[in-house]
Design a protein around this ligand. Structure first.
Ligand code: URA
Length: 241
């Protein structure tokens, strides 16, 4: 068995044996099902959103609502489909009422995401909105500041390129943001093709997010960087700042 096939098998087993039956946090009590992730388990391109909503919880698939429709359209615009990529979320279970993920929930759930990244080894990880961006970058910078700026880093001992994007929900909510999201999305093929090599030279802070980071496990700073959950249907949730 090739190394790639072995990692796909391991990821399948991890999803089945660890994620789909997870009871690490109280969200497991209210869910219909765990939304593990969907798409190609050997994809070079991964998208990471925030958390399942109502439709995702019912169907067990991430991004099946309005945001997911936009994600599909954006992918189509660069010649890809959902089957070409792997899509997951920071949280695998739906927070009640679609509220923001809480720091304790992120802390309990993030080992699943880091394991997914370590086994998938995507060349490019597009984080959608603030929660995924802050968690995987390990930094507190808001999405309006860092969107469209690729960041080489290492996760699980493997070089990858983090590419923060506005959350599709933000683009549905604010039309001007859709143009920004489309423009940022248009660079994905070039980034995937290695125009900016994953793990390559790191640009100065002004040109990229920050110096290279090594994330082999959930970074304590990342948990601390997650904003408090006292916001209802906030702009933050929509990745607006
Ligand atoms: N659906 C998801 O699966 N994740 C999001 O972040 C939003 C909608």
């Amino acid at each position: 068995m090739s190394d790639r096939a072995a990692r796909v098998a391991e990821l399948e087993a991890y999803h089945r044996d660890e994620v789909a039956v997870c009871t690490r946090c109280p969200l497991s009590e209210g869910r219909t099902q765990v939304v593990v992730g969907s798409g190609d388990l050997a994809a070079d391109l991964m998208f990471v959103g925030e958390a399942p909503g109502y439709h995702e919880d019912v169907q067990g698939v991430p991004f099946v609502g309005a945001s997911g429709k936009l994600l599909g359209t954006l992918l189509e615009g660069i010649g890809l489909t959902r089957d070409d990529v792997f899509v997951a979320n920071v949280l695998k279970c739906r927070p009640p009422g679609n509220r923001d993920p809480q720091p304790a929930e992120i802390r309990e759930c993030e080992p699943h995401l880091f394991r997914q990244v370590a086994l998938l080894r995507p060349r490019l990880i597009c984080t959608l909105g603030n929660f995924a961006t802050k968690l995987l970058s390990g930094r507190p910078d808001g999405i309006s500041r860092v969107h469209g700026h690729e960041l080489p880093l290492e996760i699980g001992g493997h070089a990858t390129l983090l590419y923060p994007l506005y959350h599709p929900a933000a683009a549905l909510y604010t039309r001007s943001m859709l143009a920004t999201l489309e423009a940022d999305f248009a660079r994905i093929p070039e980034l995937l093709a290695g125009a900016v090599p994953a793990g390559g030279p790191v640009a100065p802070r002004e040109e990229s997010l920050r110096p290279p980071a090594t994330l082999s496990a959930p970074a304590p700073a990342a948990a601390g960087a997650v904003p408090p959950p006292a916001r209802a249907a906030s702009d933050e949730q929509l990745g607006l700042f």
